[in-house]
Design a protein around this ligand. Structure first.
Ligand SMILES: Cc1cc2nc3c(=O)[nH]c(=O)nc-3n(C[C@H](O)[C@H](O)[C@H](O)COP(=O)(O)O)c2cc1C
Length: 170
């Protein structure tokens, strides 16, 4: 159709163009946190989150193998997934910017496996880290939900490389 971009053979797929195509899929935004056995905490902004199964209750997300915090997440017994609210864009920016202390000045509680729990989210899922799979340049981490909470807050959205908030909450 007019305006459509050409589809090319897999061997010549270019990462930047593919990322533009994938960015057409709108998502929510989450911050995933964890604490390893040494007590090191980590948090990353993630939109590769999705539900997998209700029985047992499984969720997945994908983490870049080159992320500085990768080691903390692969070692941690648990992780906590926070679905960000429309007024939490600052948290998305904080946890997607490389920093030695992303939690500086931020109030948080301690959840299962000592994962940091940040308030004000649309939903928070505390998960036991039950499986990990290879996914090319990312790892696929699967968690079993052990505790969760949710609210009626409006979610923060991400689309075409930018933040958005639902029309009904504007
Ligand atoms: C909206 C948004 C979604 C993101 N989703 C992911 C993701 O699903 N997986 C991932 O590894 N990085 C994702 N990132 C990039 C990480 O948040 C970023 O690389 C972060 O700095 C990694 O944390 P670290 O430097 O502490 O390891 C995303 C960034 C943004 C802004």
């Amino acid at each position: 159709m007019r305006g459509d971009r050409a589809v090319v053979a897999p061997s010549v797929i270019e990462a930047r163009e593919l990322r533009r195509a994938l960015a057409g899929f709108p998502t929510g935004v989450t911050v995933v946190t964890a604490c390893n056995a040494a007590g090191q905490i980590a948090g990353v902004t993630v939109n590769s989150f999705c539900s997998v199964s209700l029985a047992p209750p499984l969720l997945l997300w994908c983490l870049s193998k080159t992320a500085p915090s990768c080691g903390v997440f692969t070692d941690a017994s648990h992780f906590a997934i926070h679905v960000l609210a429309a007024d939490q864009q600052h948290l998305s920016k904080r946890f997607s910017s490389p920093s030695t202390d992303k939690f500086a000045g931020l109030e948080f509680d301690t959840g299962l496996g000592r994962a940091p729990i940040i308030g004000g989210a649309v939903a928070t899922f505390e998960c036991r880290h039950v499986q990990q799979h290879d996914g090319g340049d990312h790892l696929i981490l699967i968690g079993e939900v052990e505790r969760y909470n949710y609210s009626e807050r409006h979610p923060l959205l991400f689309h075409a490389g930018d933040y958005d908030i639902p029309a009904k909450s504007r």
